[in-house]
Design a protein around this ligand. Structure first.
Ligand SMILES: [Zn+2]
Length: 457
C-alpha cells in the first residue's frame, strides 16, 4: 500500500473507528452482500421445476416429466455441471431427454456434456442462429482481446476479485478454450452442438409429457430464446433477464445488442402472464414475475425514449446519461441496480448505434491530439511541475478522480517518469474499489495494476 492509500485509511480510521468498515466502500459492501445470493442451492421454483444457483456462473434448471427430464442451460464447466447433475439426481433419477440452450454463450452451454449421452437420443435444442455472438466476434477478428478478461476480473489479484455482480466470480477459462460469457468460439473441446434447431418464431416441444414452448427472443444476443412452461407459468428468459440492469452494452466489447429487440422480447414474455421467472443468472423470482418483467421492460423503454428525445435536442451522450436517469419508482428496484449492465453504458451505446461516434459537439470535429491537449493544460497552470503538484494535492485531498485526470496529462508529458504512473495506479485503486458496477470496477482495478507495473519498470 502506498502513502496515499495509507493517508486515506488513517483518515477513515479516525473518522469511523472501525478498520474493517474503513477499508471497504459502500460499493464493495453491496457487491459482497450480493454474492450471498450465490451460495450453492437447488431452488424449487414450481411443481417439478428445480433451479441450481451458485454451482456455476449461470442458473441451470431441471424440469421433471413423466419419464424423463429436460435441462435448460447446463452451464459453463463440465465438472461443476456434474455436481449440479448429482444434486438433480437426488430429486429425480429419470433420464435426461432434452437440453435447451437459451442462447449461444459458453457460460450457458459448455457444461452440456455432464448431462449428455451421445447414445441416448437426447435432443439438444437451440435457435437456428445459435452462437451468433461469438461468431460475430470471431468474424471481426476480436477473439482473445484483453478487455473480456479485464472486465471479468481474471487479471486481478485474489483479494481484488469480488465477481461480476450477477454470478459467482467466474473461473479463468483453461488455455485454448474460451468459456467466458460470449467470448470467442474456440471452446470446442467441450461443446455439444444442438441436434435440433428451429427458425420459426416459436415452437412447442412435447417431451417426457412436458409441454414447453420455445420463443425467438433477440435481445442480449441475436440467437436468444425464452422458454415458457404454461402449466406452471414459469418463464426462462435466458440472459434477457437477471437481477441487474441489463447488459445492453457489454464493457468487454462484443456484437452490438438491440435494445429495441430486447424490449419487444420482454413484452412478449409479459403477454404470457408468468408467475415465476428464472433468469440466466441470479436467483429465480417467484410469484411476481409479471410485475418484475413489466418494470424491467418499462425501465429499458424509458432510457431508450429519453436518449432518443434528448439526442434530437443536441444533447451529447454525457448529458444524456443524466437526462435518461430512471424515475424514482424504478430507480429504487434492486433488480434494476447496476450490478452488471449500466444505464450510463446503455445510453451511450444507444447513441453510438443510432448516431455513431460524433456527439454533436462541433469542437469534436476539430480535436487536437491528446499530447497537444496536455501541453495546453500544462501551459495553462504554469508548467508540468505545477500540474504534477496539483495531481499530488488532489490525491491527499481525497479526490482520486481529480488526481487521475491530472496525472494522465503528466504521464503524456513525461512518459519516462514512473511517479505519475504510480499515482495513477493508487488513484484507480481507490476509484475502482468505490465502483459498484462490477465490470467497470474490474476494468478500473486491472488498469491500476497495469499502471503500477509500468511504473515499476
Ligand atoms: Zn450469461
Amino acid at each position: 500500500m502506498t502513502k496515499y492509500c495509507n493517508l486515506i485509511l488513517v483518515f477513515l480510521l479516525l473518522s469511523t473507528g472501525h478498520a474493517a468498515v474503513a477499508q471497504q466502500s459502500e460499493a464493495t459492501q453491496k457487491l459482497l452482500k450480493r454474492n450471498e445470493m450465490f451460495e450453492p442451492a437447488i431452488i424449487e421454483v414450481a411443481e417439478n421445476v428445480y433451479t441450481a444457483i451458485g454451482y456455476q456462473v449461470s442458473a441451470n434448471t431441471m424440469i421433471v416429466g413423466d419419464d424423463g427430464v429436460i435441462i435448460i442451460d447446463p452451464g459453463q464447466q463440465v465438472a461443476a455441471a456434474r455436481r449440479v447433475r448429482a444434486e438433480f439426481e437426488r430429486i429425480s433419477d429419470l433420464p435426461v431427454r432434452a437440453i435447451v440452450y437459451t442462447h449461444g454463450h459458453a457460460d450457458h452451454s459448455n457444461g452440456a456434456s455432464a448431462f449428455y449421452d451421445p447414445e441416448a437420443g437426447i435432443e439438444v435444442w437451440a435457435r437456428s442462429n445459435y452462437w451468433s455472438e461469438p461468431n460475430r466476434v470471431e468474424a471481426a477478428g476480436l477473439t482473445g482481446g484483453v478487455r473480456p478478461s479485464n472486465t471479468q476480473g481474471f487479471d486481478l489479484r485474489p483479494e481484488q476479485k469480488i465477481g461480476v455482480g450477477v454470478a459467482i466470480p467466474p473461473q479463468r477459462p483453461p488455455a485454448g478454450s474460451n468459456q467466458v460469457d460470449g467470448v470467442g468460439s474456440q471452446a470446442k473441446p467441450v461443446r455439444i452442438d444442438p441436434t435440433h434447431m428451429f427458425s420459426e418464431e416459436r415452437i412447442t416441444l412435447d417431451i417426457a409429457g412436458i409441454s414447453l414452448e420455445l420463443v425467438a427472443a433477440p435481445g442480449e444476443t441475436a440467437d436468444q430464446l425464452y422458454a415458457w412452461l404454461p402449466k406452471q407459468r414459469v418463464v426462462f428468459p435466458g440472459d434477457n433477464f437477471y437481477q441487474s440492469w441489463p447488459n445492453v452494452y457489454p464493457l468487454r466489447g462484443t456484437a452490438r445488442r438491440s435494445i429495441r429487440d430486447w424490449i419487444s422480447s420482454l413484452d412478449s414474455m409479459v403477454q404470457k402472464d408468468p408467475l415465476h421467472v428464472v433468469g440466466g443468472h441470479t436467483t429465480p423470482i417467484l410469484g411476481t414475475a409479471n410485475e418484475v418483467l413489466t418494470n424491467y421492460r418499462d425501465a429499458m423503454q424509458w432510457v431508450h425514449d429519453r436518449t432518443i428525445e434528448g439526442a434530437k435536442l443536441y444533447m451529447t451522450p454525457d448529458e444524456l446519461v443524466e437526462y435518461a436517469a430512471l424515475p424514482a419508482h424504478l430507480a429504487e428496484l434492486d433488480y434494476l441496480a447496476e450490478y452488471y449492465g449500466s444505464i450510463w453504458g446503455t445510453v451511450r451505446d444507444i447513441y453510438a448505434q443510432d448516431l455513431g461516434w460524433f456527439d454533436g459537439d462541433p469542437l469534436n470535429l476539430h480535436r487536437e491530439s491528446p499530447l497537444r491537449q496536455s501541453e495546453r493544460m500544462a501551459e495553462l497552470v504554469g508548467g508540468v511541475d505545477i500540474l504534477w503538484t496539483k495531481a499530488q494535492e488532489a490525491m491527499t485531498a481525497e479526490d482520486p478522480l481529480g488526481a487521475a485526470q491530472l496525472a494522465q496529462h503528466v504521464i503524456r508529458l513525461r512518459p519516462n517518469n514512473p511517479e505519475p504512473k504510480l499515482l495513477m495506479a493508487d488513484a484507480l485503486d481507490i476509484i475502482g474499489e468505490r465502483t459498484f458496477n462490477a465490470p467497470a470496477r474490474n476494468y478500473t482495478l486491472s488498469s491500476a495494476n497495469r499502471f503500477r507495473a509500468q511504473g515499476a519498470d
